[in-house]
Design a binder for this molecule. Structure first.
Ligand code: AMP
Ligand code: MG
Length: 488
């Protein structure tokens, strides 16, 4: 692999440590994203070679590359950790994304680093396949996300609940700059301003011409742009039934991409209180809490920018508080526009109570999130059976009348509306019971279920008869006990 650049390392000294991956006893490429490789100008055949696989594990350094472990801090479950950093990851370098942009190539599970603290620095097959599958599903759903390039089994047994096979994930992100990077830099003097300017140039280049000081300075505009990108992102999660599971500030990107698929899951039955992470005892990162947590994380981000926004602290606080105060309205705009599309309505003809009352019915009856919106489209086509399976007709009848009235007022025909709904409401998402089964098989050496599930969830809107079972919710009772594990 050639042509890796290193602008972050070259321009942001002090925010990373040069490092290399651990030796890999017996590397075996489990999955390679050839389409993504192609779009990055990487040759799939070379990546499959022994040298390519060695690069994908971090055990060999490509010519000219300067791999580093990145430093960052972060608020984890509300508590501040002044030094986190890549404890089991490496930034290999940057590549052109084929569309004029720049992306990071990053490895996870590549061995201990100076930031490993008590951890072993490794990762195991199941969770790395999970990140591959879920991030590629998110991409196919049109949700901004890091992408997965490859998973390589290392042949190293790694101690978790007993020994599990080790693995390294290679992933691609528009960058790995996060709120936690700014929380680290703000305590290190001048580097903060350089970091902000580097980040603005990389992610929000339209703001580079704004003045560095004054009322309309670029740092305040930067905060607003990140707030907007993240509000849009989390609205997309909420529309898709996605629970991130560990929304710490070190997992909140500046680019507005979803990052770090640890204890994440998609809802089956709609429940605002749904939590899947085994360590989230208080429900801080429950499904329905995600917008509020995002605002909290953005407040931590704003704090890091204060001295760039205005040299008078009170004025800086007033300015960022005003932007932070726009969060709810921005989030609501993204959410209601998305919900209108899911219900076949134009934004203007949607009353908020129509959403709230539907959600209340879905919660009361534990209706499957993904299935409900598909069932509503079927209802418009005159097929009542799918909805009848989810919510008793005597309960949803009055709501259906209001919805049909709203559709009638905007004058759209049922068939076209139903088709438009199906274009935004996925049929296939990574269902927890299927992901679980595929990862168990993958860990035991059988990748066929993983490959099939990957094919399904990367075509979320294409109905195929042979995929019927993938559209079904988990068997009753599965979700009550299902938990995913963080940092594994
Ligand atoms: P995450 O929950 O994956 O976002 O990780 C949070 C922090 O814990 C980061 O600093 C990681 O690098 C670190 N970490 C997670 N797992 C390990 C591990 N097995 N060894 C070393 N550090 C880890
Ligand atoms: Mg993380």
């Amino acid at each position: 692999m050639s042509g890796l650049e290193s602008t972050f390392v070259d321009e942001m000294g002090g925010l990373s440590v040069p490092w290399q991956g651990a030796e890999v006893p017996d590397p075996k490429l489990l999955v390679l994203n050839e389409e993504l490789a192609g779009s990055l100008g990487l040759d799939a055949a070379s990546l499959r070679s022994d040298d390519g696989v060695a690069v994908l594990t971090g055990s060999a350094v490509p010519v000219g590359s300067k791999p580093v472990a990145m430093a960052y801090a972060g608020h984890q479950f509300g508590g501040y950790a002044p030094l986190l950093g890549d404890g089991r990851a490496l930034l290999l370098g940057e590549l052109g994304d084929g569309a004029g942009g720049r992306v990071d190539l990053h490895l996870k599970g590549s061995g201990p680093t100076p930031f490993s603290r008590g951890g072993d620095g490794f990762a195991v097959v199941g969770p790395m396949l999970r990140e591959y599958l879920v991030s590629e599903a998110m991409h196919a759903l049109g949700i901004p996300t890091t992408r997965a390039l490859a998973v390589v089994a290392t042949g190293r047994p790694v101690h978790r609940n007993g020994f599990e096979p080790g693995a390294v994930l290679a992933r691609v992100a528009s960058s790995h700059l996060r709120v936690g990077t700014f929380e680290f830099a703000v305590r290190r003097g001048e580097i903060l301003k350089s970091l902000a300017d580097y980040t603005i140039a990389r992610h929000y280049p339209g703001l580079t011409d704004l003045p560095a000081t004054g009322k309309d300075n670029r740092y305040l505009a930067f905060f607003e742009a990140v707030l907007e990108a993240q509000a849009s992102l989390v609205a997309r999660w909420m529309l898709t039934g996605f629970v991130h599971g560990v929304m710490n500030t070190d997992n909140t990107t500046i680019s507005g991409e979803t990052i770090d698929y640890g204890p994440c899951a998609f809802l089956d039955a709609f429940d605002p209180a749904a939590v899947f992470s085994s360590i989230d005892h208080s429900g801080r990162y429950a499904f329905g809490n995600q917008p509020a947590v995002l605002k909290w994380n953005l407040a931590r981000f704003a704090e890091t920018l204060l001295r760039l926004v205005d040299s008078t602290p009170d004025d800086a606080i007033t300015a960022v508080t005003a932007v932070l105060g726009s969060f709810e309205e921005r989030y609501e705009n993204h959410y209601t526009a998305g919900m209108a599309a899911k219900l076949g309505l134009s934004g203007a003809s949607l009353e908020r109570s129509l959403i709230d009352d539907l959600l209340a019915l879905m919660a009361e009856h534990g209706a499957d999130w993904t299935g409900s919106f598909r069932a509503l489209a079927d209802e418009l086509r005159g097929n009542a059976a799918p909805l009848d399976e989810l919510v008793p007709r005597e309960h949803i009848g009055p709501w259906l009348m209001r919805w049909r009235n709203a559709l009638q007022q905007q004058g759209s025909g049922s068939a076209e509306t139903a088709d438009a709904m199906d274009r935004v409401n996925p049929l296939y998402i990574p269902r927890n019971h299927q992901v679980d089964a595929a990862l168990r098989a993958g860990t035991a050496g059988d990748l066929a279920p993983f490959e099939e599930l990957l094919e399904v969830v990367t075509h979320p809107f294409d109905r195929r008869d042979e995929w019927a079972e993938y559209a079904l919710p988990a068997p009753r009772g599965f979700s009550d006990t299902f938990r995913t594990f963080c940092g594994t």
